[in-house]
Design a protein around this ligand. Structure first.
Ligand SMILES: C[S@@+](CC[C@H](N)C(=O)[O-])C[C@H]1O[C@@H](n2cnc3c(N)ncnc32)[C@H](O)[C@@H]1O
Length: 296
């Protein structure tokens, strides 16, 4: 096990009411039950991943998980969409990205509301509390800006929001600048104070290489902060409830999805980071991932 250091002022654990997450497991399980009715033989790519993820969830999650009703939330609507498009995904006649291309607002709500938006809230809170945004800060995979908007009042002119597809970022009026940057490549920035990424770095094709590029960006003592979910959330091996939903997207199913905390910590260490730390997001007995930080 890794040792958590006190480099940052941050809670070790943030507890949230378990009923909402239990409700999310129940909703995801109901869709998974529908998906596993399809024969797995012949499924490829995203469809094969989603089918496997559904089998995985059904194996451990009880049919009567109970919890709060999430059907009125963005995440509930997205799960319902997954169920509706599954026949076309399985047949290979539709790509997951198409579901949201006609409905950018739903995608934006998925990323900014519970549960995804809470990774951004936690990251923003810890970075603000620790004055990590006072100098030059680079955000990777800023996307719909779930974290960018929360830190907007605290950043300086040196703040750079980056993404593979920066068009969306340019629509948000936030101090600093926007740049197209692919984190699978070395970065042009050096001596940066803080690099952060919320629900983005798991998309890296080669995690070790990307963490090396991030290290090269930072000044000695500079900090990397990641907000990320977890592949399995409890001792029974219950998969992250949204593994199947995110299996619709390139950058998830083709890379392997969420990375365990230990996986991140060992990759950070081998990339030459020191003083690693984390905050656990916990819902009852479920560890939803949370924050991970590391200092150069
Ligand atoms: C799941 S979204 C998260 C977006 C945002 N951080 C949030 O929390 O709402 C992942 C983002 O990472 C970006 N991304 C994926 N692969 C990338 C890469 N190789 N380089 C830069 N950005 C990438 C995607 O374009 C997308 O905007």
């Amino acid at each position: 096990m890794s040792t958590r250091t006190d480099t940052l002022i941050a809670p070790a654990v943030v507890d949230e009411a378990p009923d909402l997450y239990m409700g999310l497991i129940a909703a995801a399980r109901a869709i998974a039950a529908q998906i596993v009715e399809t024969d797995a033989i012949g499924l490829t790519g995203s469809a094969a991943y989603i089918h496997r993820a559904s089998v995985d969830l059904i194996r451990v999650a009880p049919a009567d998980a109970g919890g709060d009703d999430v059907s009125g939330m963005a995440v509930g609507e997205c799960l319902r969409r997954l169920g509706a498009v599954w026949p076309e995904i399985a047949a290979g006649t539709m790509k997951g990205e198409q579901i949201f291309s006609s409905e950018p607002t739903l995608w934006s709500r998925l990323m900014t509301e519970w549960p995804m938006g809470d990774y951004a809230k936690l990251a923003a809170r810890v970075m603000i509390d620790n004055h990590l945004l006072d100098g030059q800060a680079i955000e990777l995979g800023a996307g719909v800006g779930s974290c960018s908007t929360l830190v907007a009042d605290q950043v300086g002119d040196g703040y750079v929001r980056t993404d593979l597809r920066p068009a969306l970022l340019k629509r948000q009026r936030i101090r600093g600048s926007v740049s197209r940057y692919d984190f699978n490549q070395p970065a042009p920035w050096r001596d940066v104070d803080t690099v952060f990424a919320v629900n983005a770095l798991h998309c890296a094709a080669d995690r070790h290489a990307t963490l090396g590029y991030v290290r090269d960006m930072l000044r000695p003592g500079g900090m990397l902060v990641l907000g990320e979910s977890a592949p399995y959330t409890d001792a029974h091996g219950t998969p992250w409830a949204l593994n199947g939903l995110f299996g619709l997207f390139t950058g998830w199913w083709d890379i392997g999805g969420a990375v365990s905390r230990e996986g991140w910590l060992s990759a950070l260490r081998s990339a030459g980071f020191r003083s690693v730390g984390w905050t656990v997001r916990r819902a009852g007995t479920h560890d939803l991932g949370g924050l991970i930080w590391a200092q150069r």
